[in-house]
Design a protein around this ligand. Structure first.
Ligand code: PLP
Length: 417
């Protein structure tokens, strides 16, 4: 499949769907009839098997086994089990990823751990394309450390040049959540190491849709999110990647009892658990984790390379159709055209982006809007079809040509966008 398939009609798109090697996966998701869901980068769709699995956990495991479920149903081992599965999608080994807490909380842990590994350095370096919570968490940590540290935010293209002898950690998100532009992780990581700094990556928006090689590039730590392309469900826990080469040296600050070497000894001195387990803090959120497993299993079965190939074909098609069929309507691509520079979303600048997206949503084409002027479509290859892209563009064309976006009700801003 090429990054920009030659589809010029809806019939061409139907043919691409018939030939799609991943076509069987869509049926594993529950998707409301008539809905075109292009927001899998914000909240992935529900795998049908997740619903069954959660129901069983409630009914049999919690309902019948009660506290016995921790061992009998493998609840206590679930954080590592899911971590080992996610590891396959992000280029990590067994025992290097654990599903715990949420992305923001995990950011605190990895940043603090990195600062402890570089005690003589004072700068946390990030870029202005990073997701706000990542920058906020870094600022909160620096504040907590009595402002002896500083968070330096530079432009997306200035990260490498800004690394210096005071940089403790370079901390970026692989993708710009607005534009969908990818960083060159290997290059930035190597540049950080060349200056003696550590490199931490947030792969929240790319795990499950872009092949990631955390060990190959020698990333020091990484965090990510369960509810986007991993399809783990609303508020699903996040994950931490910590490579084996750091396990013995590293300490993370949220030293809850379940990260202790032996929590059930109930002693009063903290000793970290060996390996990846010290990254756990609290009792694991079993229902949330049970809901995650099916989505991750599907991605492993589909294979991240075929998922990436289809995703590039879908985003390439969307970009070309908007070029051709919405010319003159004021959309400018925010996402790089080069396939290797983009993730699994397509974003366009438009000065009326908010009401245009509301008009699309009213027609059951679900994308989202990001300040200040970004119309964003997240493309989850396991369940989005080529005809969905075609139909979404036709709806967009109609919204523009008819002026439907000008309706007063579409101008009102909402709290969750
Ligand atoms: C979605 C996302 C988050 C979300 O953080 P939570 O703590 O799960 O709310 C964080 N960072 C990035 C880069 C994201 O894309």
């Amino acid at each position: 499949m090429t990054a920009e398939p030659a589809a010029n009609t809806r019939t061409d798109c139907e043919r691409l769907d018939r030939e799609d090697p991943l076509r069987a996966f869509r049926d594993r998701f529950r998707l409301p009839e008539g809905l075109i869901y292009l927001d899998g980068n914000s909240l992935g769709a529900l795998p049908k098997a997740a619903a069954t699995r959660v129901a069983k956990t409630l009914d049999v495991e919690w309902g019948e086994h009660l506290v016995g479920g921790w061992l009998k149903d493998g609840w206590m081992a679930l954080s590592e089990k899911l971590g080992d599965k996610i590891a396959k999608l992000i280029g990590a080994d067994d025992g290097e990823v654990i599903v715990v807490d949420t992305t923001s909380v995990n950011i605190h842990k990895v940043l603090a751990a990195a600062l402890l590994m570089r005690p003589e350095r004072r700068t946390l370096l990030t870029d202005s394309g990073n997701f706000p919570t990542d920058v906020y968490m870094a600022q909160g940590l620096a504040e907590f450390l009595e402002r002896q540290h500083r968070v330096k935010v530079v432009g997306e293209d200035e990260v490498e040049a800004a690394i210096d002898e005071d940089t403790a950690v370079v901390f970026c998100t692989q993708i710009n959540y607005r534009t969908g532009r990818l960083h060159d992780m290997a290059r930035i990581t190597a540049a950080a190491h060349a200056k003696g700094a550590l490199a931490i990556w947030d792969v929240a928006h790319t795990a499950g849709c872009v092949p990631i090689e955390l060990n190959k590039i020698q990333a020091d730590f990484a965090v990510g999110c369960g509810y986007k392309y991993l399809n783990g469900g609303p508020g699903a826990p996040g994950f931490v990647f910590a490579p084996k080469r750091h396990h013995d040296k590293v300490r993370q600050p949220l030293t809850g009892w379940l990260g202790h070497a032996n929590p059930f000894e109930f002693g009063l001195d903290y000793r970290p658990a060996p390996g990846i387990l010290q990254w756990r803090c609290s009792s694991p959120p079993i229902l949330g984790m049970v809901a995650m497993e099916a989505g991750i299993d599907d991605l492993i079965e589909a294979g991240i390379e075929p998922v990436r190939a289809k995703s590039l074909a879908l985003t390439g098609l969307l970009m070309r159709l908007v070029d051709e069929r919405l010319a003159g309507h004021g959309f400018t691509p925010a996402t790089p055209r080069a396939p290797e520079r983009r993730g699994s979303q397509m974003a366009f600048h438009h000065k009326n982006g908010w009401p245009i997206m509301q008009a699309l949503i009213a027609r059951k084409v679900i994308g989202d809007f990001r300040e200040p002027d970004i119309v964003r479509f997240g493309i989850a290859a396991p369940y989005v079809r080529f005809v969905d892209i075609w139909d979404a563009v036709e709806h967009l064309r109609d919204v523009m040509a008819s002026g439907a976006w000008k309706k007063p009700e579409y101008q009102v801003k909402k709290w969750v966008t």
